[in-house]
Design a protein around this ligand. Structure first.
Ligand SMILES: [Zn+2]
Length: 136
């Protein structure tokens, strides 16, 4: 990965929340806190992509759709993430849908991807199930 990871306390969270990493996704990636909403799970999974946390990606992937091996693209630089729409996915829900856009650079191309991702709570924990790519 071409991403430089700076773990000092003032480092802004990769999920582009505007918060610092230590007050946003990091405590969830390290297991000190839980993602209590589907949106939080979507944000932390994006951050996990940035910091190459394959264990978190695996643990938060629904057993029914989780691949045997998770691989991350090595020639892609993700640089922005935006939540477009959230349906359900609150601490009281069983299912949730989060539409989000990711912006990345692949070789010399800038690419925007928008997906509608489905999340489901399994044994009380939010998990990513699958997603549908939306045509921009
Ligand atoms: Zn974050």
């Amino acid at each position: 990965m071409g991403n430089v990871i700076n773990t000092c306390q003032t480092y802004r969270c990769p999920c582009t929340s505007g918060l610092v990493f230590d007050d946003c996704c990091r405590p969830i990636l390290t297991g000190h806190k839980r993602a209590v909403t589907a949106e939080s799970l979507a944000r932390t999974r994006y951050s996990a992509h940035i910091v190459c946390d394959l264990q978190y990606l695996s643990e938060t992937w629904h057993p029914a759709t989780r691949p045997a091996v998770i691989r991350l693209a090595t020639d892609t630089w993700w640089y922005w993430f935006e939540i477009d729409c959230v349906t359900d996915g609150s601490p009281a829900d069983q299912f949730g849908q989060v539409t989000y856009s990711t912006y990345l650079r692949h070789k010399s191309n800038h690419v925007e991807q928008t997906v509608e991702a489905n999340f489901e709570r399994v044994h009380g924990r939010w998990m990513y199930r699958n997603e549908t790519a939306l045509i921009p």
